[in-house]
Ligand binder design. Structure first.
Ligand code: PHE
Ligand code: ZN
Length: 849
């Protein structure tokens, strides 16, 4: 588990494995502390490889015996794997190993969660199950036999046989080991069926712990919708007789796309109106779709090596976003994704952890399942589609599936498909994959004699290991509005390829107002010095829903920044402009709810830092509170009507329509609470009959410093529902007053239900602590200290979840010397911990810079 000198792996060092694997047979004899895994694998020398050293990965395995072609062998075993002399011809390798699932707290490999066996193999967990070439470019069919006493015993592919104490599975599709999965436990299924467009009947199951069977129906509907959508939109059919989903309580990530046997964090699949919020439902629908879509983009076509992770993740995130846009509202989905990108990916791309969408080196691959690889990776797909057009995109994707089905592919393969399908030279576009950092696009305008000229200038700040940047291809969607608000030039895609470039629009009767970067056509930061009058004009007239929203957002940002730096009063242009949009009943309530949102406090800190001011988290918090109060007062008369939107008389449905109405109603309730001290929220809490309304009312009360009784009542009501209790933990920390955030978090860690080894529970408290900007960055430093203490405690138990949480410190260089000294001390303290995992060592080293 520990490395004396962690080694760095480089993309440029890729070489193929010396052998191909023709067939894998695995037998599991299950036992909590001593599971036996017997493997029988046929290897052949790989004619494409230069090096024929026979090295199999293997970690934390007890080797019982090994043989080649039936003859016992004594391999040379280290803590990383084994080597052995092998024939220069096809041979059969057999090995028996012992593993300890019950003792596996890292939740990687074969482990136990609430008495049930399950696996997690991506990225490099299969080597904790048996000796194997654990790399994605080695693909094989798998046959699995499970011997055990569990009622349900599952693996990948199709069931071939089962009886008393055993089950057998065969997966006919060659796959890399990271897609292997096994589940065994006393589970209950929620069954259904699906007929593919070519008429194949598929059995569908969602497997859960007894007691959770009532929370599967929504996930099942989402699965069937995903299957239909992938057929309709991408022409992709499912390819096995069964598709199984299993809910697991202890899981490091959201979910995993194992072939035919997706394993989900229970928080990402279980849903009911009483226990899940509208946002939970939307997220569950998206994750089910995401994992299902991986069957083609990830499984049928996989990655040659882990540097190509964005090949499957960027594309699959892009596909699930398209799906959500189709199922719900396209502009609302786009706005939410951009909020997320700015909130999570931009800080990463502009700090010490900045790395390209396709990294060139890593120490621990688990540290690269990042917002950059996933979300910026998805933005790159969106830009490609914008640049080549929808038809060419569809043609390129067909070619990709045709050409690379069954392959372990690279970004070069992906781009070649687009080049071949469209005749376009994509060499400059490729820089998006290799250059880290968020490009800035500065805008200047000129208008004379009917000709309007837009000059765009791009630059990307230096990032770790990349001092200078080359210009990238940036698709900038632009439309023009005339003085009366009419659109005088429809959306046009400007292709910015040089450092600086001008674009002209002619035949204009008057100087237009530009609407730039419509639909957020590229993941960049736009620098455009315009008056707040111009922004307010766009807020009331822009025909592009994204930019209309973003005009409001930039007005809010601007007023908050001047409130913080100059002590200015909240801007009337902002308050009036937003109020006018909110009054417009023809607009989607979900869209109006988004209009009421403010830029996050961490985003404001980044903007201040970018502009040369050291951010003061307390001042940012106060300004945000002041603006919220001003909004409440300004819209006093309108708020009851907005709140009334949430009063849905029809039975609860987590669809776009109803959830949009509840989102608007809840946003209004939180403003009303600032005026009435919580009277309405308390009444709403008392009558809430779904989790969305219950939680939003509770949140209002906590924020108002009230709600102690409700918090207790909520706990008593839900103490047996672990997913709801996660919310109970998280809400208290995320809404705590900055003065008390660390104390609230610290007190919750003493609670009997604080099972810190469960990643969901740990993240509920510490994820919320890191997200409470002013509370986390309180000048006392107690929050930093608390987080560091718990990261040190969790690391030996679960390095992967610990390492992910270290990113809470990634923005530390933005803040004043006092904060930097305090955080620096905690980073040193973590780094000095004996036996620190490779995962956390890499994160802390990069963050310290
Ligand atoms: N591949 C998973 C997904 O994006 C994420 C994951 C990575 C899950 C590593 C577990 C471990 O769908
Ligand atoms: Zn994925």
């Amino acid at each position: 588990m520990r490395d004396a000198a962690p080694t760095t792996i480089y993309l440029k060092d890729y070489t193929p494995f010396g052998f191909t694997v023709d067939d894998v047979h695995l037998t599991f004899d299950l036992s909590p502390n001593a599971t036996r895994v017997t493997s029988r694998i046929t290897f052949s020398p790989n004619p494409d490889a230069a090096d024929h050293t026979f090295f199999l990965h293997g970690e934390e395995l007890k080797l019982i015996r090994a043989s080649i072609d039936g003859q016992p062998v004594l391999p040379n075993v280290t803590d990383k794997g084994l080597t052995c002399d092998v024939p220069n011809a096809p041979f059969v390798w057999e090995a028996e190993v012992e593993v300890d699932p019950a003792g596996n707290t890292a939740l990687e490999g074969l482990y136990m969660s609430n008495g049930m066996y399950c696996t997690q193999c991506e990225a490099e967990g299969f080597r904790k199950i048996t000796y194997y070439p654990d790399r994605p470019d080695v693909m094989s069919t798998f046959t699995v036999r499970i011997n055990g006493t569990e009622k349900v015993m599952l693996s990948n592919g199709n069931p071939t046989d089962q009886g008393d104490g055993f089950a057998e599975w065969h997966d006919p599709w060659p796959k890399p080991a990271y897609l292997f999965a096994l589940v065994a436990g006393d589970l209950i299924n929620h069954p259904d069926r699906f007929t593919t467009k070519s008429g194949k009947d598929v059995e569908l199951n969602i497997w859960v712990r007894p007691g959770d069977e009532g929370k599967c129906a929504f996930g099942m509907e989402a699965l069937k919708k995903s299957m239909t959508w992938d057929e309709d939109v991408y022409g992709r059919e499912y390819d096995l007789d069964v598709f199984n989903i299993v809910a697991v309580d202890d899981f490091n990530m959201g979910a995993m796309e194992n072939k035919g046997l997706n394993i989900f964090n229970s928080s990402c699949v279980l849903a009911s109106p009483e226990t899940s919020t509208d946002d939970n439902f939307e997220r569950i629908e998206a994750i089910i779709a995401h994992e299902y879509f991986h069957n083609w983009t990830g499984n049928r076509i996989t990655c040659r090596d882990w540097f190509q992770l964005c090949l499957k993740e960027g594309l699959t995130v892009f596909r699930d976003a398209q799906f959500t846009a189709d199922m719900r509202s396209e502009p609302v989905k786009r706005i939410r994704d951009v909020i997320d990108l700015r909130g999570r990916q931009f800080p990463e791309d502009n700090g010490p952890l900045s790395h390209p969408v396709r990294p060139e080196s890593f120490v621990e691959i688990n540290n690269f399942y990042t917002a950059t690889v996933y979300e910026k990776g998805a933005e790159l797909i969106g830009m490609l589609k914008t640049l080549v057009g929808d038809e060419a995109y569809a043609k390129a994707l067909d070619l990709y599936f045709d050409r690379h089905d069954g392959d372990a592919a690279t970004i070069e393969d992906w781009l070649q498909v687009f080049a071949d399908a469209t005749g376009r030279d994509l060499s400059q576009f490729k820089r998006w994959y290799s250059q880290a950092g968020t490009p800035r696009v500065a805008v200047s305008e000129d208008y004379s004699e009917g000709i309007y000229t837009l000059t765009l200038k791009q630059s990307t700040p230096a990032t770790p290991g990349q001092d200078t940047k080359q210009p990238q291809v940036i698709p900038v969607a632009v439309g023009l509005l005339g003085p009366n608000g009419d659109e005088v030039a429809e959306t046009r895609i400007l292709e910015l390829t040089e450092a600086e470039q001008s674009f002209t629009f002619d035949g204009l009767a008057a100087k237009p107002t530009p609407s730039i970067l419509r639909g957020f056509s590229a993941p960049v930061i736009l620098e455009h010095d315009t008056s707040s009058a111009q922004r307010a004009f766009l807020l009331s007239h822009d025909t592009d829903p994204f930019n209309r929203w973003d005009a409001g957002r930039s007005l809010a940002r601007e007023t908050l920044l001047t409130m913080i730096t100059d002590g200015a009063a909240p801007s009337g242009a902002y308050l009036d402009g937003v109020q006018a949009v909110l009054r417009d009943d023809t607009l989607d309530p979900a869209y109006r709810a988004l209009m009421l949102g403010l830029p996050g406090q961490s985003e404001l800190a980044a903007a201040l830092h970018d502009g040369g001011t050291t951010p003061d988290p307390q001042a940012i918090w106060s300004a945000t509170e002041t603006l919220r109060q001003a909004q409440a007062q300004h819209m006093q008369d309108l708020l009851p009507r907005l709140h009334g939107e949430a009063q849905v008389s029809a039975p609860y449905l987590p669809d776009a329509d109803q959830s949009g109405r509840r989102a608007l109603g809840s946003a209004a309730l939180s403003l009303i609470t600032r005026l009435d001290g919580g009277a309405l929220a308390a009444a709403e809490y008392a009558k809430a009959d779904n989790m969305t309304l219950q939680l939003s009312a509770l949140g209002c009360l906590i924020r108002a410093g009230k709600g102690e009784a409700e918090l207790q009542a909520f706990y008593d009501q839900w103490k047996d529902d672990r997913l709801v209790i996660d919310k109970w933990f998280g809400l208290q920390v995320s809404l705590a007053d900055p003065e008390h955030t660390a104390t609230v978090a610290q007190t919750l860690t003493q609670h009997a239900d604080f099972n810190w080894k469960n990643p969901n529970r740990f993240r509920a408290v510490f994820g919320a602590l890191a997200m409470n900007h002013a509370g986390f960055h309180h000048a006392s430093g107690t929050a930093y200290e608390l987080l560091a203490e718990w990261l040190i405690q969790l690391d030996p138990v679960n390095p992967q979840t610990t390492a992910r949480m270290c990113s809470a410190f990634q923005t530390w260089r933005r803040y004043d010397e006092g904060c930097q000294t305090l955080i620096g001390a905690q980073l040193d303290r973590i780094a000095a911990t004996p036996q620190l995992s490779r995962d956390v060592t890499e994160m802390i080293t990069r963050i310290r810079g």
